[in-house]
Design a protein around this ligand. Structure first.
Ligand code: FPP
Length: 239
């Protein structure tokens, strides 16, 4: 188990792009939805492990604003998993004091899922452990657009001078307002892209990609990412 006592720097905020469920299932001759089922089980296991390492904020990419383009059957299977897991999370993450927040455009979901989201956020709101952001119907361009719209409304209402718009104004309208930027972004499944995940916030994040498919990503694979993170020389544009 990796934590502060291992002498390694533990990143404060970690983002994970959980990719590869479909390929994991295909390799076994199973439907993609079964890959998501195993992916969801792994989401629970990995989250609990990470919460014990000292990471303060974990942001997991579960469903993007573009994922609606997938076949209806796959989207429905994912929505059913979200419902099932949100119910489980109400009790499941209690012992680990994990606080759950859903980031993304919740208006895209049906009423049952919206209610469950509200309930899980309410039930976990006073927990003191790791903050888990689950990005659902999340797209970074959509998030930035919403921030621009909010700022434009403030300018129209004479609450803000355009010449004084600051980074803080932009950031205050992002879903991650008040949180540190991600130090490390992990992508499973081998692709080397951000796929519309935390575009603004990841300006100086360290990017780590592994070929391991999400359902196979475990404690050891996470430790490996932390070891690699500790080899990086973060300069934030300086020397
Ligand atoms: C990407 O794999 C994965 C997704 C689009 C869904 C991620 C969702 C989960 C891991 C479910 C768990 C989440 C919760 C909150 C219960 P892919 O389908 O793109 O895989 P491929 O690249 O192999 O096709």
């Amino acid at each position: 188990m990796l934590d502060k006592t291992s002498g390694l720097v533990i990143p404060e905020h970690v983002g994970i792009i959980m990719d590869g469920n479909g390929r994991w299932a295909k390799k076994r001759g199973l439907p993609r939805s079964i890959g998501h089922k195993f992916g969801a089980q792994n989401f629970r296991k990995v989250t609990r492990y990470i919460s014990k390492t000292g990471v303060k904020v974990l942001t997991l990419y579960a469903f993007s604003t573009e994922n609606w383009k997938r076949p209806m059957e796959e989207v429905s299977a994912l929505m059913a998993l979200f419902k099932q897991y949100l119910v489980d999370l109400l009790t499941d993450f209690r012992d680990d004091e994990i606080k759950v927040v859903i980031i993304g455009d919740k208006s895209g979901f049906d009423k049952k899922l919206r209610d469950l989201i509200e309930e899980s956020e309410y039930v976990s709101k006073d927990r003191q452990g790791m903050l888990l952001n689950v990005a659902m119907n999340y797209g970074s361009r959509d998030e930035i657009l919403k921030s621009v719209q909010a700022i434009a409304r403030d300018v129209r209402d004479n609450k803000l001078d355009p010449d004084n718009i600051s980074f803080a104004d932009i950031e205050s309208h992002l879903y991650t307002a008040g949180l540190p930027d991600p130090d490390l972004i992990i992508r499973t499944g081998g692709e080397l892209r951000l796929s519309n995940f935390l575009l603004y916030q990841s300006a100086y994040s360290e990017f780590y990609s592994t070929d391991t498919l999400w359902p196979d990503f475990d404690d050891k694979a996470f430790d490996q990412a932390i070891i690699e993170y500790n080899r990086r020389n973060r300069r934030f544009g300086g020397v």
